[in-house]
Structures are given as structure tokens and as C-alpha cells.
Design a protein around this ligand. Structure first.
Ligand code: AHM
Ligand code: MG
Length: 340
């Protein structure tokens, strides 16, 4: 049947504003800017194989990893789309060492923007899904133009977070703290259309997403928990792009983990750009995110590029993993017993 009524992202935002009349509308403007940046990046991702945008940009990012041209491009697009509006006071990006200040010619606003502009960079040049992760905090610093303390806030204080997945279609998924909503980019209209209202993650699942080649380097309790899941016949799904793995698990149910290992004793993923935003999304969808000992959202960050172990997804497995890893549940507990 032909659908003669569609809800665009713009219309959805207006409807949400009517539900919350105290909203100033400023935040809505930021979402429009994010959506525009996502469309620009989509265009380049789609052309990546046929234009000169693949390959190394010839420099390393702050972690010493090669930056591809598309990473650098996406970083610039998201910065330029949001810096001019007078809504953002400061930014921090996985691609930049320190905070990104708003140029003096622009006014500043009440929100700090944190982002991983192009996650899953190892998958860029092989036509596999990649993504953008973003998050907003309210300005808490006293000065007029924002400071690093605006970025170093626990995830629990995020006012919005979400991601864009550049897959077989582009999807924008976000939360402002009242549910998680997903929009699919209709390339014929050039608009994000509401496709997934109020997403809820299944309570438990039969899928695990982890780089199991790291198994020998994982802590013993993590190995033991994975062994426990294997006995329960869990199946594996791992793409190697966090956004894509997360998105699949959000819709279908699943448990993603990137534990600490001998090479990365505090984990690989970044608290502010990857773990905390997705933790906000997953909790809003009925799931849970942990660092193995407690909620990701309660961690007080101490530095911009802090890494953290991440266990995230369906609440049953994620809470069970936390209990197992933190020693609250005995490794010999039976498969049917639930986490505390
Ligand atoms: P990136 O931000 O440089 O792309 O790195 C993060 C990515 C995640 O998307 C993904 O979950 C993880 O690294 C994959 O790591 P690995 O290749 O070690 O499995
Ligand atoms: Mg990343």
C-alpha cells in the first residue's frame, strides 16, 4: 500500500516541541544542523569508491592511528554545520586533541557537542557500514565561550545523544530523554523520515558482538562469561563498526562488548565519544550499558580521550555480564539463573 502520510524529522521535532512547551526550540535547531551534516557525509560515503576520498590523509590522529580522508572530511562537516548557529559553546571530537572552540566571529550558546565524526574507520574503504556518534551536554562553565568542563560531565547529564549509521540506507537515531526514535534518509526526497518510533531493545537475546580474536587477552572472568554464553548457544555478529554492531543489537536484541585486554588495559573505546552517548540511547530503549562494574552513565570523565571497557545491549545479558565480571555472580552458577 502506498504511504500518503510521512513524518519528516522536521515535523517530528515540531510535534515534540508542542509536547514540551517549555522547550526553547534552540535544541531543535541543533538537530537540524546535525541532520544536514549527516546528509553531506552520506553523499560522500556513497561516492567514496569513485572519488578521490579514500586513502590516508597523511597524518595520524591523537591516538597515533592513520586518519583517512573521509574521517577528516566528516569531522569538518559536523564542525562547520554546528559552529555558526549560536547554540553550541564548545566541541570535542575524537579527531581533535583538545576542545574545538567556536570561532570568535560566531556567537556561542548553551550546549557542548561531543562526537566521533566517523566511527568504524577501518571499514571505510571496504564498503561496510560506518557511523557518526554525537552527544550534547548543557554548558556549566561560567565564562562566555565554553570550557573543557562542559565536555567532562557524566553521561547521565547528557541532554541528547544519538548516531547516524551509513549503511545500505542512512539512519539517524537519537534520544532527548523521552524515548529513542529512528529516521531513515529517503534519497529521493533528501529528507529523514520517521521509520522507527520509540525503539525498544528486546529484553534478552541470543547474539554476542565481540572481537573474539582477543579472547586469549581478555581477563579470566570475561573469558568465563563468554564460555557461559557459548554453552547457551549464543550466535556471533561482529562487524567491527561500533555504530553498526550497536544498531543491529538495538533493533534485533544483542550484547556488545569491548572488554579490557592486555594491549588496552582500560578498553579500546572512548567514554565521551562512543560509550556514553550509546549508553544514553540504550537506557532510553530499555537496555543497559556497563563498564563491567557499574553504569557507564555514572562515570565522571577525567579527560577528553578517556577509554573505557564497554558492555552494552539487551538488559538481561548486560546486567548478567556485569554481575559475572564484578564477581557478584559465581562462575559456576547455572545457565538459567538471572543476574542480580
Ligand atoms: P575508530 O573510532 O578508530 O573507528 O575505532 C573504533 C572501532 C569501533 O567502531 C569498533 O567497535 C572497534 O573499533 C573495532 O575494533 P577491533 O578492530 O579491535 O575489533
Ligand atoms: Mg570511533
Amino acid at each position: 500500500m502506498l504511504e500518503d502520510r510521512v513524518t519528516s524529522l522536521d515535523r517530528f521535532i515540531i510535534e515534540q516541541e508542542r509536547l514540551y512547551p517549555e522547550a526553547t526550540g534552540r535544541f531543535s535547531n541543533i538537530l537540524y544542523d546535525i541532520a544536514l551534516a549527516a546528509k553531506v557525509v552520506t553523499r560522500e560515503v556513497r561516492r567514496a569508491g569513485i572519488t578521490d576520498i579514500l586513502g590516508r590523509a597523511g597524518r595520524a590522529n591523537v591516538y597515533g592511528e592513520d586518519v583517512t580522508k573521509l574521517d577528516a572530511f566528516a569531522n569538518n562537516v559536523f564542525i562547520h554545520a554546528t559552529e555558526h548557529s549560536g547554540n553550541v559553546c564548545i566541541m570535542a571530537s575524537e579527531e581533535n586533541d583538545g576542545c574545538v572552540e567556536i570561532p570568535p566571529e560566531y556567537p556561542t550558546g548553551s550546549y557542548a557537542l561531543l562526537m566521533d565524526p566517523l566511527d568504524g574507520s577501518s571499514n571505510i574503504d571496504v564498503n561496510v557500514a560506518i557511523g557518526t556518534i554525537f552527544s550534547f551536554h548543557r554548558k556549566i562553565s561560567k565564562g562566555p565561550r565554553g570550557a573543557v568542563e562542559d565536555c567532562l560531565q557524566p553521561g547521565r547529564r547528557q541532554v541528547a545523544a544519538g548516531y547516524v549509521v551509513y549503511g545500505s540506507s542512512t539512519m539517524l537515531v537519537y534520544t532527548t530523554g523521552s524515548g529513542v526514535h529512528g529516521f531513515t534518509l529517503d534519497p529521493t526526497l533528501g529528507e529523514f523520515i520517521l521509520s522507527h518510533r520509540n525503539i525498544r531493545i528486546p529484553e534478552r537475546s541470543t547474539y554476542i558482538s565481540a572481537n573474539e580474536s582477543n579472547y586469549p587477552k581478555w581477563p579470566e572472568e570475561v573469558q568465563s562469561y563468554v564460555g557461559h554464553l557459548r554453552k547457551r548457544s549464543y550466535s556471533s555478529r561482529y562487524i567491527g563498526s561500533l555504530v553498526a554492531d550497536f544498531h543491529r543489537n538495538l533493533l534485533k536484541g544483542g550484547f556488545f562488548m569491548y572488554p579490557p585486554d592486555q594491549k588496552s588495559p582500560t578498553g579500546k573505546l572512548r567514554l565521551l565519544y562512543e560509550a556514553a552517548p550509546l549508553a544514553f540511547v540504550i537506557e532510553q530503549a530499555g537496555g543497559y550499558a556497563s563498564d563491567g562494574h557499574g553504569p557507564i552513565l555514572d562515570i565522571q570523565p577525567t579527560e577528553l580521550h578517556q577509554r573505557v571497557p564497554l558492555y552494552i545491549g539487551s538488559p538481561f545479558e548486560t546486567r548478567e555480564a556485569e554481575a559475572w565480571i564484578s564477581g557478584r555472580k559465581r562462575p559456576d552458577a547455572g545457565p538459567s539463573s538471572s543476574a542480580g
